[in-house]
Every structure is written in C-alpha cells, then in structure tokens.
Design a protein around this ligand. Structure first.
Ligand code: FES
Ligand code: FE2
Length: 453
C-alpha cells in the first residue's frame, strides 16, 4: 500500500520536495486523486446551444464538455471505444456528431455509438452498438454556470464537497451587483510552464506572503483603471478590510477579506465615467441586495485540488492541469457578467490580459518563482532537504467572528500556511485511497466534531 510517510509531516509543518518532482508521486496523483476529486471542466456559456462542445481535461486525460440536442450537458472521455483515437481534436465548436478520424465510428452528442462503417458485413450479430458509447463521467454538477465532474460514482454531491468554501467561490461566480450566477467566459488562456501543478494551486490557497515578488507591478499603474497616479495591481480593493485566511475540511483554502460596517464606494476609474458609473452602481446594488453579506470581499482561493479563482480583479477561474511531474498546463477562464455593457467587458478583457496569463505582468512574476523552485528542487542534494510550512500554523481558530461577521472554517487573521497544510493533509488521504468520510474531513478534529461541511 502507498504511504505518504516521509512525504508530508503535517503536524510539524514539513513537506518533502519529492512531491513536486517525483514521477512516482505524480503517477499516484493521476491514479488516485484526479480519478476521484471533483474537477472543474468548463462553463455553461461555452456550450450555450445544442451541439456546442468545449474540449477540456480531467487530470491528464482529454474530455469533451458538450450539450446534446435535448439541451442536456455531458462530459465524455475524448477517446474512441475502438482503438482510442481522440474523437474530437478541436478546442471548441459545434457539431452534430463526433466522428472518429481513424476508422470513422461516429458518436452522438449524447455519447451513443451511432455509426460503424460496414456494420452489416463486419459486425452484425456480434457488436451491439448500445454497449459501446463514449465513456461518460458518472457524476456531473452544474453550479452557477460552472460545470464540474468526477470519475468516482461514490463521490459526495458537489456542494457537500465544496462545504463552506462555497460562500467564497460564490463571490467569484455571482454578478457584480449581487445577483446569483450570471457570469460568462469571455476567453480562455492556455499555456504550459515547467513547474509542478501544486506550486500554483498552493499559491492561490492564500500565499499573501509572496507579495515581494510583485514589487515591480505594485510600483506602476497596471490596475484595472490604469489611471495616471494610481499605482498597484488593483485599484482600492480591500484597502479598509480585515483579511482572513481560511481552510476547509475537504482541503480547499481561501484568502478573503471582511469590509467594515457601512463601507462606501471608492472612486476608482476617474478617467472613464462610463466604467466608473457601472462599478459604482454594482457596488451600491450589491450592498442593497446582500446586506451584511456584502461585507465579504473575495480575493483568491483554491478549490481542492487544482481549480483556483480570483474573486474580484482579474475575475476568473484557473485550472492547473497536471502535465508531468515538473510541467503544468494552465487554463485561465476569464469571467464577466453576461449582461455587462460591451464597453465594460472590453475594458476588463484588456485588464485581465495585462495582469494574467503567459504575458500578464503579475502572472509572470508568479511563474518565475514556481519554475525556478521546481528546477532547483530536482537535484539529489536538494531533495534531501524538505520545505518549511510552519508560518503562523497555530494562529488559526474555528469559526471566529471578524469585525462582527461570522466566518465558518479554520480562520486566521494573519498571513499563514495553515491552508497549505490542510491541502496536503487531504492530498495525502487521496493518495492513500481513504474513504470519502476521510476525504471530506469528517472526524478531522481541527474542524471540531461537526466537520461535515
Ligand atoms: S479508433 Fe476510432 S474508429 Fe477506430
Ligand atoms: Fe502572485
């Protein structure tokens, strides 16, 4: 049986470099973690009409997200049942059939095997087409426009998996004016970088400690407004708020902030009255709709294992697809309110590109760290020396009130690495193929006796 002893020592805050470079650990992740966890596969706006498809990934494997003629959403393994050829080689599009390029078996949008060339002469009486559909995920969830799937039929439902992290993810998915859901994807950036996927996932658990990496972009004006005299990566966000770093029983971790009571809008887009009016309206309408809950301001988080989000600016979901022990394929899905004015969408699109992605000013800083850290951890000598995860790990407590606002989860109000340790605790449980009760953190005493959420 596989053991994570020697790889992660959660109680003492020690993590081996092997988990970031070892081919054996990587294969174990593919076999036991990415085959059971709920994974983000795409957004309903990418398959808005019957026949639409978006080719996505679950772990290293290609999957097709599509909408059938009746409007149902499916996720299929992108591999022909005959000899395994990809039945779809496009990134996205619209079709009536997935016809395999190799020998032309053809599958419907509901996955059924519809056509087999020369069926009568070669297969009749032997091959029953009903037995050979595309392989479909046993469980799929549609949540506020996002689509998630798991290969494990025994997995709990998606919202149980999310637990109280849902409150924070919602802030990325809901409209800027507080209406639930309503987002659309305005573009996906895809690129490969030479680092283990966990460096990125961990960064988004709330590694605020790495701010020195972004000193150059913090000294210039690349924020949303890009206005003269406004420095930093973001404009006025969270300036008056109290920050919280929270881990959740299933391994998710977030960094959000709680605004003071009676917070008011701060003018941010002085050079652009149309954009300014839009964001002022959204701020005030959100206060009105959400009341006390408008105090929760999202920043970043990672939904275990490999889906991260930026809740405010640049708003979106980032999936860190495992591509090899020391290689990751990043997909950033950029979100806007579907009914936002065209000028706002265009304005945000430009900001998102300025901040994120392979050419984004801020994302370049992060990747440089992950890439060099991976390269410098490969060596025989380096691997003898583990990483330190002891930052503020005793500072978190359960369900405190922050500025009078109750925040469920294991919460710290100072920069900490307890979310990373929570992540690696569940990561170890997955690699050791624990029961779903354990994977959900039930009975994890750090979360009290009722850790079901
Ligand atoms: S591999 Fe698809 S038809 Fe043969
Ligand atoms: Fe960063």
């Amino acid at each position: 049986m596989f053991s994570t002893d020697g790889l992660v020592d959660i109680d003492n805050g020690i993590v081996s470099r092997d988990i970031f470079v070892s081919p054996e650990v990587f294969q174990r992740e593919l076999d036991t973690l990415f085959t059971r966890a709920w994974l983000f596969v795409g957004h309903e706006s990418q398959v808005a009409n019957p026949g639409d498809f978006f080719t996505s990934r679950m772990g290293e494997e290609s999957v097709i997200l599509c909408r059938d003629k009746a409007g149902a959403v499916h996720v299929f393994l992108n591999s022909c049942r005959h000899r395994g050829m990809k039945v779809c080689r496009y990134d996205e599009g619209s079709t009536t059939l997935f016809t395999c390029p190799y020998h032309n078996w053809a599958y419907g949008l509901d996955g059924r095997l519809m056509g087999v060339p020369q069926y009568k002469q070669l297969y009749e009486g032997v091959l029953d087409k009903a037995d050979w559909p595309l392989v479909e995920v046993p469980k799929l969830a549609r949540y506020k426009g996002t689509v998630w799937a798991t290969w494990d039929p025994e997995a709990p439902d998606f919202e149980t998996w999310l637990g109280d992290a849902r409150q924070h993810l919602d802030e990325a998915l809901d409209c800027r004016d507080g209406r639930p859901g309503g987002s659309e994807v305005i573009g996906v950036h895809k690129w490969i970088f030479p680092s283990n996927w966990k460096f990125a996932a961990e960064n988004f658990l709330g590694d605020t400690y790495h701010n020195p990496s972004h000193r150059s972009v913090d000294l210039i004006g690349i924020g949303p407004s890009a206005a003269a005299g406004v420095k930093g990566r973001r404009d006025n966000e969270m300036a008056k708020a109290t920050h919280v770093w929270i881990s959740f029983p299933a391994g998710h971790g977030i960094h959000s902030a709680i605004a003071p009571l009676g917070d008011t809008y701060q003018e941010s887009f002085k050079d652009n009255p149309e954009i300014e009016a839009y964001f002022r309206h959204c701020f005030e309408e959100r206060q009105r709709r959400k009341g006390e809950d408008a105090r929760l301001i999202p920043f970043v988080g990672t939904i275990f294992p490999n889906t991260s989000y930026h809740g405010r600016q640049p708003r979106g979901l980032c999936v860190w697809h495992p591509h090899g022990p020391t290689e990751t394929e990043a997909w950033r899905f950029f979100l806007v309110d579907a009914d936002a004015p065209a000028a706002v969408k265009d304005f945000l699109r430009r900001y998102y590109m300025r901040y994120s992605g392979p050419a984004g000013m801020t994302e370049q800083d992060d990747m440089e760290n992950w890439n060099y850290a991976t390269a410098a951890s490969r060596g025989a000598i380096a691997r003898r020396h583990p990483f330190n995860y002891q930052q503020s790990i005793t500072a978190a407590s359960l369900d405190p009130e922050v500025l009078g606002y109750r925040v469920p989860g294991l919460v710290s109000t100072q920069v900490t690495e307890h979310m990373s340790l929570g992540f690696y605790r569940r990561w170890a449980d997955h690699l050791e193929e624990r029961s779903w009760d354990v994977l959900l953190g039930l009975g994890d005493t750090r979360f009290g006796s009722a850790a079901a959420s």
